[in-house]
Structure formats: C-alpha cells, structure tokens
Design a protein around this ligand. Sequence first.
Ligand code: NAP
Ligand code: GDP
Length: 329
Amino acid sequence: MTRRALITGITGQDGAYLAAFLLEHGYEVFGFVRRSASAEFVGARLKWLGIYDRVTLIDGDILDQASLIRGVRDSQPDEIYNLAAQSFVTSSWRQPHLTGDVTSLGALNVLEAMRLEKEHARFYQASSSEMYGLIQQPVQTEDTPFYPRSPYAVAKLYAHWITVNYRESFDLHASSGILFNHESPLRGIEFVTRKVSDGVARIKLGLADKLSLGNLDAERDWGHAKDYVRAMWLMLQQDKPADYVIASGRTTSVRAMCDIAFRHVGLNYRDHVEVDPQYLRPAEVERLLGDPSKAKRQLGWEPTISVEAMIAEMVDADLRRHKHGSVYG
Ligand code: NAP
Ligand code: GDP
C-alpha cells in the first residue's frame, strides 16, 4: 500500500525538500497551504525541485482548526509533519502575537486534528535549537536545559512541550526534532546564509558593492536542509517516538561563513561586508553547537554535506538566479 504523508509548511524550504524526499521513497504527498493573493509564487520552491505537479495541495491555515481537521480527513495520512511556522527570529519581535499563534498553538491545532481524525498516524514537530538560546551547556544535547531568547524561541518551546505532553498523555507516536540551523539554495532570503550568498552573487556580477549585516561574531551549527529532512523521516520510522538533536557537531561564525562565501568567487569579504546596527537583535543567541550522537546511534543519521560545500552551492545558485532573473536559480 502506498504510504501517505501530510506536510504543513510544504511551501517552505524544508517542506519542499521533504516532499521531494518522500516522493522518491514512494509516498503520496499532501501539502497544507494557506491562501495567497500571489498564488503564482506560492509553489516556487516545489517548482524549482520539479515536483509541483506531483503533490496534492490542500487549502488551509494552521490557525483554522476546521481546515486542519478537513485536511487530515481528506488526506488520511500515515505520517504528519508539522513544519508550518512564522520561522524568522527577527520578525518574531515585530509580530510576537502572530508568532505565538502560528508557531506554538499551530502545533496544538495539528495534534488535535490528528487525534480527532487519524489517531494512529505518526507526528513530527519541527523544534529548533533556538530553544537553547542563552546556552546552559557549551554543547547542546537532548538533556540540555532550554533558555529561549526571542518570541520565536518561546513559541517553539510551547510546541515542543505540547508534543511531548500529547505523546505522554494520549500515547501518540509524536516526535520532536530539535534541528540546528539548516540552509540550502531554497532558504528564505532574510536568513543570514542566503542573504550572504545572494549578496556575494550580486557583488560578483557588479550589481552591488556592499553587504550590510548585523552580528558577525554569532556562531551557528549549520547543516544542509537535504540532510536534515532525512532525519525527520527517520524519526517517524522508529517503533517508539522520541526527541532528537539534529546537528553537524561543528560551529562556524557569521564572519567565517562570509569568508567562505566571498572566497568561493575570488573576493575578500573585508572589502564588502559592513556592520549595520539595524540588523542587531534585542537579545542575541551568541553560539549554538549541537551533539547529534543520539541521532547517529538510534537513527543511523549523519550529515553528508559540509558547510563549505553548502555555501558554495548556495552562491552558485544565486549567481544563476541573478543571471537568469529567476526566483530560485
Ligand atoms: P520556512 O521556509 O519559513 O517555511 C515555513 C512554512 O510555514 C511556509 O510553508 C509557510 O507558508 C508556512 N506557514 C506559515 N504560517 C502558516 C499558517 N498560518 N498556516 C499554514 N502554513 C503556514 O521554514 P523552514 O526553514 O522550511 O523550516 C521549517 C520548520 O522548521 C519551521 O517550523 C521552522 O521554524 C523549523 N526550523 C527550521 C530551522 C532551519 O534552520 N531552517 C531550524 C529549526 C527549526 P507560506 O509559504 O505561505 O509563507
Ligand atoms: P536564526 O539562528 O534562526 O536566527 O538564523 P539567522 O540566519 O536569521 O541568523 C543567524 C545568526 O546570524 C544570528 O545570530 C544573527 O544575529 C546573525 N546575523 C548577522 N547578521 C545578520 C543579518 O543581516 N541577517 C540575519 N538574518 N542574521 C544575521
């Protein structure tokens, strides 16, 4: 029997890569998509991966409980991946209430829809290393205490704990993946890696000369989204649900990441990068570094793409994008 998966957030970076991965593995894929006045851009990432016509899109919003219930009823999924969120940390200070609704209560709505319509489906919650925030241990594991530093991280903490709570209360197969930052050519342009890859491409092509950034000393444990969506799937293939840290085990500063990106096209970042205080945050997460040992041991998961290879891929994609004037290169 063909297995069925329902993905909320299918139009985002991870949703698109996960949909491609599941199609490759023989799944029938359903995506939950909110209505947009700019419908022609909504499926851009799915089109970039050449899978737009192979997924079934269901109209709905994770704030609209009835639409979720209908979505689960219509698609009858074996696996539900809750990736929908207001996912940009900076926006979470500008739209804190909306972030709370979508990023925290949205997860509750999906869990409730699953309980009502498909209790024995398996559930994945997209948790985040941002929950560690002001880090309480130099290397973060599943047992490291959380200390969120933004409305986004606070909202993710609720979604994480409601997933754990529903697993324990109702015996659901619900797992939470604590994923460290992961990027790709499909990353939103507002995130720092993609902002840098886009900036490098524009500077290389003579379309710009400067790139304004915020805190260059922040350090992140960066991996590739393609590797990370495989981990999501692996979690739902286990007999027992659990929570896992998914990380590369290596941290890189924003400055060092700029160096990698500019050097890839023969430029020196010091000639082009400037710090603009408008990009500094009210409260910063200075350093994240994950320990993925549990995922390696229990899931057999390991990342395969280095930060250098990923940044090179992103810069090359942005060079193509600017040359051809397309959205995703
Ligand atoms: P993304 O590109 O920002 O995608 C977010 C998705 O959520 C989009 O498809 C968006 O739809 C959808 N969405 C937002 N509000 C919605 C609503 N009210 N109803 C239905 N859908 C809604 O994020 P991503 O990078 O793919 O990340 C996927 C998930 O993993 C997110 O929950 C994120 O917070 C989490 N996460 C990401 C990372 C990372 O490094 N990428 C790390 C840890 C956790 P539109 O296209 O309509 O906006
Ligand atoms: P986050 O870890 O989910 O917040 O992912 P981001 O890619 O948005 O930010 C990663 C780090 O880069 C944070 O510590 C930011 O403060 C830092 N950073 C420095 N300059 C910028 C910038 O111009 N834009 C963004 N988005 N982040 C920046």
